[in-house]
Design a protein around this ligand. Sequence first.
Ligand code: ATP
Ligand code: MG
Length: 202
Amino acid sequence: MANHPKTERTFVLIKPDGLQRTLVGEIMRRYERLGLKLVGIKMLVPTAEHIEKHYTLHPGWKKAVGEKSIESYIKKGKKPPSDNPLVVGEQVIERLKKYLTSGPVIASVWQGAHAVGIVRKVTGGTEPLSSDVGTIRGDFVLDSYQMADTDDRAIRNLIHASGSVEEANAEIPHWFKKEELVNYRLVQEQILYDVNLDGLLE
Ligand code: ATP
Ligand code: MG
């Protein structure tokens, strides 16, 4: 059963603005009601080193985040702050260190079928201005690339969620020790995953 899709795990961080906006319960509810199982959770104030490591666990992230930011400017017919994705990426990392160490965060691990993709879908796109209505970022916050750049700070978008299974597999051990994650059965998993739904009728 080791590779069954229901064993997929993802890492979710409620960022300092999520706590300050008192949205922790609302955010957790969105993931919980999908049928995902919470297997690890803690509150902490991260260090700048921990955040830098988190974002540099994935080689190529710096360039990718720069490219995504530049593309967003071009799509809106605006001039990006730099044409070099690495310059933009480096700037974003420095801003993220300030943002994510500014107060307590909630780190969590969720398990279930397609956990990574399902959580990303419900979380919504990076920029709240353009993230879909109905997603957490689309419904609860109003930031933009432009506003973040004007004020030289990170985009405040409430949550970080792993972008791929590989990212999740690197991020989970960065935030949690093995013994902090709990293996247990959730009663509702029978209705989500069992092949034969026998035993329901009395
Ligand atoms: P996360 O990794 O936090 O779940 P994401 O995968 O949607 O978000 P990334 O491209 O990985 O987005 O960027 C990481 C975070 O960096 C974003 O969530 C946002 O807070 C911040 N960020 C990204 N681009 C910029 C930018 N151009 N200016 C300011 N902050 C940015
Ligand atoms: Mg990301």
